[in-house]
Design a protein around this ligand. Sequence first.
Ligand SMILES: *Cc1c(COP(=O)(O)O)cnc(C)c1O
Length: 472
Amino acid sequence: MTNQNASQPPEHLSPEEFRRHGYALIDWIADYWQRVEELPVMSQIQPGAIRELLPPSAPEHGEPFERLIEDLDAIVMPGVSHWQSPSWFAYFPANSSPPSVLAELVSAGLGVQGMLWSTSPAATEIESHVLDWLIDLLDLPESWRTTEQGGGVLQMSASDSTHTALVVARHQAANLGIRPESMVAYASTQTHSSIQKGATVAGYGHVRLIDVDDQQAMRIDALEAALDEDRAGGLTPIFVAATIGTTGTTGVDPLRAIGEVCRKEKLWLHVDAAYAGTAMLCPEFRHHQDGLELADSYTFNPHKWMMVNFDCSVFYVADRAPLIECLSILPPYLKNEASESGAVIDYRDWHVPLGRRFRALKLWWVIRSYGAEGLRSMVRYHVELADQLAARLEADSRFELVAPHPFALVCFRCTESDEATNRLADAVNESGKVYWTASELDGRPMIRVSVGQSRTEQRHLDALWSLIDELA
Ligand SMILES: *Cc1c(COP(=O)(O)O)cnc(C)c1O
């Protein structure tokens, strides 16, 4: 039987109701940011606890919006881990900020699909322009501008950026008659797992992880030896990923030396600066990216340390022609005059998805709201706090640093024993007052302290130090 009421326009919240609930939710977020410091950093619930609070099936009839907001506190919050807590020292930061959230809201309200220039010219042009700004702000190679040969595009994640680079390099090689099964991608043993995943998804036959030196940087002799060995074994080296700021310890690969090998051997060089890219706002860190002009592609995540909330990953190519050649497929329904004139960028040709949201708005607003100066001073503040913690650890015979700390990540262990390191790692996390990451280096436990949450201040580092001192 057909329902007589099944066909009618949707019953929206009225504009007045939307305003009322919208204002209430902005208040809710502002209050959250004010009290987040007092909350236990990690969610304490058992698996399945949130689902138990949800009805078994979707509501047949619309509910009053007040109830939805109430359930934010009743259902959602117990299951939230507080990445926005100033005592968040785990992984890398995933920061949010007021201008970013407001831009996200506007982007959702506009609800535009920026797949083509013509489907919302502002989305494309602001994106291209702000990514050209970042060339200056981070001192990236001039040729990467969209007004030159290269260009930047926003992606969802560094994993997507890296995957895209791998796909373009594979496509170029396949055009030369090389079979994917024989293709090899190289990265260091400290490289982020996204390189291996991307190479697998892109169909590379092999991924080779190259040894690192005592600074956690890729050994260039080991890279050259692997290239020789693989060629001798009938394989074809295609792609090398170099990292500025590895996830484990923020190790920095010798970019220029790797780049020179790549030029000589005609290999694609991709640079992953997902976390540390933000540090390049400050000239004093730029020696770590020396040799960047040898790269074919580059990624960094404003959604980590640069106060743009997830998702916002930047991807640059030195030459956009092979990228577009590889990813452009034009069905008749997407044909339009602007695209055919060649005068515009259609970002659908720059990544795997077709549809894309107006992500550039939040990047633009964050840069405008804080200014380059504000962003630089945040980076320097976090690096200073991290240096200070490292100095405290170094001066105390109970602890030893396990790697250099070129940015704002400090890695250490207890000198007494591996058990002591494990005990300390757990005891600090179980306090609920802070959260950090227990990890491993060279098969031994270590503790990663990532300083970079945008609300973190001196007093939070002092509190962390007291906790370490007390529980070690
Ligand atoms: C975080 C990180 C990534 C992955 O970033 P996503 O945006 O989550 O895909 C890749 N590489 C490095 C070095 C990272 O630190």
